[in-house]
Design a binder for this molecule. Structure first.
Ligand SMILES: Cc1ncc(C[n+]2csc(CCOP(=O)(O)OP(=O)(O)O)c2C)c(N)n1
Length: 739
């Protein structure tokens, strides 16, 4: 066995002649082509980041930061070279280790190169930029996202920092979505995703790159290879010396560059950008670099035994903070006194940020400025849009329309999707097979693909990849409709759906809208078995940040879909194969009306019992209610919840029904462990205890995976017989209680 701890990689290119791989260097001709202002600015930026990072690791400051500090000391050249190559309009995303990327991009925007670099010392905008970055890392309200995001979730779209994310490779599919929007709009900008060597084995990395290649997106995938994922050496984790050889598998160019040399990095990013914006698709860059400290905090990695001091010294000998100023002096661009002045300017900016963010307490101990500490009473704001997107929208119900025609849900779906594509040129559909089969697997894109074939995109089988695509495009302001063929496959995209889409608005303190619609479908009852029969409503409902709608009629599909599309929050439109075939009236000449999110419907009024149901249970319960009305004289009120996320459940409607009937039966097809019933029942008990004649009762499927055997499937899934029985028992129980 190789002892990976012995591996010492100080050579920046270990590869041989791999296809698609180019080693990028900065030579004297390239140096000569650089403007002096830019070169000097690059050095200033290196200094600023280094000193900023070192300051954070000083004991009295580190103590103030709530959470880990993933220091970028040693990796500054990667960030600075990249920022020098990009414009403010180019977008970057990054990871848990992102201070350097964020600062370089922000400083390039707020304090760009100028003839007199020292004039930046007086730039209030630049001071503000450094202050806000430090404040964010300290979790203070003066930060970019008011301390919500902190060190690992930095965001400032004005400077092209469209979000750092703490899940390894989580930003890769997202970057593809950002790049998609740039390409769609023909901006000539790129989206660049930084990630570490540790990211190259995880699914979202692969899916994100595949998506970018398939659609030839202007994305730069930047592997910052610092040789370790926490303590595990890259060779141990990948069996590779050069990670960029992976580029060949995606049929994209791979560039390998010395990550200790900002100019070499700049050159690589320039080449990558030129390739990408010319319509040639994504590029992978691998920069060989080194983090001087351990994963987080200020101890060297060698202190933990996974690498040697000798290795650390070898990398430190190539420190750009030494080599860059020496080169500038050697070329006569700066004298030593200029170098000292730039060093001091950087250190003053950092000191100013510390002064701004902190103060001394009565024991002369440094603490965060109390007036910058966020107000705890607003800890739950910004989870949702404030709803301004619905201002002036007239919501409609059936009574508004006199002329109607009967269609199936599947037809209404196809028509309203096509209508959105007609009225909003930035609406697109992506999903598996959506452009084939004359309208996708279930006919939802039948009209869209006929009328707008360019915006109906077959996606590779990469749910995480195309949900990430939708996420990035939505954050960019497009209106993506993402189809997940069977809702079970949402679990493949769980990181994108729940760690990223759901958290995005809140984590960035309301600075982004996420107008993403995901459509998916429950196929329980068709003999598809354990892995294609799930109902993921309960799963989505676990994650605040997702709206969930579940239309059960053609009329409701159109109205709820329109609201989902208008919403600036992500919405899951949950469908069901049984519901698709339901027929009902829709207006003959209106596909644009909205039904408010968070409003239940009462498709049947009654006085004896309230049944709360959703999705496929609604038509079934309605049928059974009619039967029992004529057979037993039981008068049932049926509530179709329509909106299913916790914040949108329409308890007003439920509670006024309870007032009338005094008893509730919740009917769901979901298995008990995944059902919404316990939450709904608890709420009813808490809010209407004194109106209940008996405890709320619940019906659901059995808590086992769905079997294929027809007879077993029928046993496991809630059946019409069980619903009838449940209703009769509930009603009898009250009868016996009251006699
Ligand atoms: C999916 C996932 N798994 C594990 C972690 C915990 N974690 C945070 S950083 C890290 C190491 C990442 O290494 P690398 O990608 O090389 O980046 P570096 O820390 O070297 O910058 C790990 C394992 C995580 N955040 N996300």
């Amino acid at each position: 066995m190789t002892n990976h701890n012995q591996v010492s990689n100080t050579d920046f290119f270990t590869g041989n002649d791999y296809p698609n791989i180019t080693k990028i260097q900065s030579d004297s001709a390239y140096w000569e082509n650089q403007g002096a202002d830019q070169l000097v600015w690059g050095y200033f930026c290196l200094e600023l980041i280094r000193q900023f990072e070192q300051k954070l690791l000083e004991r009295d400051i580190e103590r103030i930061v709530h959470g880990p500090i993933h220091s970028s000391v040693g990796q500054e050249a990667v960030a600075v070279g990249t920022a020098m190559a990009l414009s403010s309009e180019d977008k970057i995303t990054s990871t848990h280790r992102a201070h350097h990327h964020f600062l370089a991009k922000a400083v390039a925007h707020y304090g760009p190169p100028s003839k007199d670099i020292l004039s930046l010392a007086d730039s209030e905008i630049l001071k503000e930029c450094v202050r806000r970055t430090m404040a964010e890392i300290m979790g203070l309200n003066a930060g970019w996202v008011a301390g919500r995001g902190g060190s690992m979730h930095l965001f400032d779209d004005a400077s092209g920092n469209i979000g750092t994310q703490a899940i390894v490779a989580g930003n890769v599919p997202y970057a593809s979505g950002i790049a998609f929007a740039e390409k769609f709009r023909g901006t000539g900008n790129v989206a660049l995703a930084f990630f570490g060597d540790g990211a190259v084995s995880i699914g979202p990395y692969h899916e994100g790159i595949c998506i970018s290649k398939v659609y030839q997106l202007p994305t730069i995938f930047f592997i910052e290879n610092n040789l370790y994922g926490v303590s595990t050496n890259v060779r141990e984790a990948t069996s590779l010396g050069d990670l960029a050889i992976r580029a060949a598998g995606y049929n994209i160019p791979g560039l390998i560059v010395d990550g200790m040399n900002p100019l070499a990095v700049k050159r690589a990013v320039e080449l990558a950008k030129a390739h990408a914006v010319a319509g040639n698709g994504p590029v992978m860059i691998e920069a060989k670099t080194y983090r001087y400290f351990h994963q987080s905090g200020g101890m060297p990695g060698s202190a933990f035994g996974y690498r040697t001091k000798k290795e650390e010294e070898a990398w430190a000998a190539r420190d750009p903070l030494n080599t860059a100023p020496r080169a500038l002096v050697r070329h006569g661009l700066l004298g030593q006194h200029d170098v000292d002045a730039i060093h001091k300017m950087a250190s003053d900016l950092v000191a100013d940020a510390v002064e701004f963010c902190t103060e001394m307490d009565e024991n002369e101990k440094r603490q965060a400025r109390p007036d910058l500490v966020p107000d705890p009473s607003i800890a739950s704001t910004c989870l949702w849009s404030d709803g301004y997107e619905f201002e002036g929208i007239s919501f409609r119900d059936h009574s508004h329309f006199t002329e109607t025609r009967n269609v199936k849900v599947v037809t209404a779906k196809s028509k309203v999707i096509a209508r959105w594509m007609e009225t909003d040129p930035e609406t697109f559909v992506a999903g598996e097979d959506v452009a084939n089969l004359k309208g996708g697997p279930y006919g939802a894109t039948r009209d869209a693909v006929k009328q707008f074939p360019d915006r109906v995109l077959n996606a590779p089988i990469a749910e995480g990849g195309f949900v990430g695509l939708g996420h990035g495009a939505a954050v960019s302001g497009m209106r993506p409709i993402i189809e997940i063929m069977f809702c079970d496959f949402a679990l493949i995209a769980a990181d994108e759906l729940f760690n990223q889409v759901a958290t995005c608005r809140y984590m960035y303190n309301g600075r982004v809208d996420v107008p993403l619609v995901v459509r998916s479908r429950c196929s329980a009852g068709r003999g598809y078995g354990a892995q294609h029969s799930g109902d993921t409503v309960g799963l989505f409902a676990l994650f605040p940040g997702w709206r969930i709608v579940a239309p059960t009629t053609p009329f409701d599909y159109i109205g709820l879909f329109n609201s989902a599309m208008r919403s600036l929050d992500p919405v899951l439109v949950m469908e069901h194969h049984e519901v698709d075939l339901i027929e009902g009236p829709v207006p003959v000449d209106d596909l644009d009306y909205c039904i408010p999110l968070g409003s239940a419907a009462i498709p049947r009024s009654g006085t004896d019992l309230t049944i709360v149901a959703y999705l496929s249970m609604v038509p079934r319960v309605l049928r059974i209610a009619e039967e029992l009305a004529s057979e037993e004289g039981i008068d049932i009120e049926v509530i179709d919840l329509r909106s299913l996320d916790h914040d949108s459940l329409d308890f007003d409607t439920v509670l006024s029904s309870v007032k009338k009937t005094g008893q509730v039966l919740i009917v769901e097809q979901a298995m008990e462990t995944q059902s919404l019933g316990p939450f709904i029942a608890t709420q009813i008990h808490e809010r209407a205890q004194d109106q209940l004649k008996q405890p709320v009762r619940r019906l659901h499927s059995l808590s086992v995976p769905i079997p294929v055997s027809l007879v077993q499937e029928r046993t496991v899934l809630i059946s019409d017989e069980k619903i009838r029985e449940g209703i009769l028992q509930t009603v009898k129980r009250t009868a016996s209680i009251s006699t």
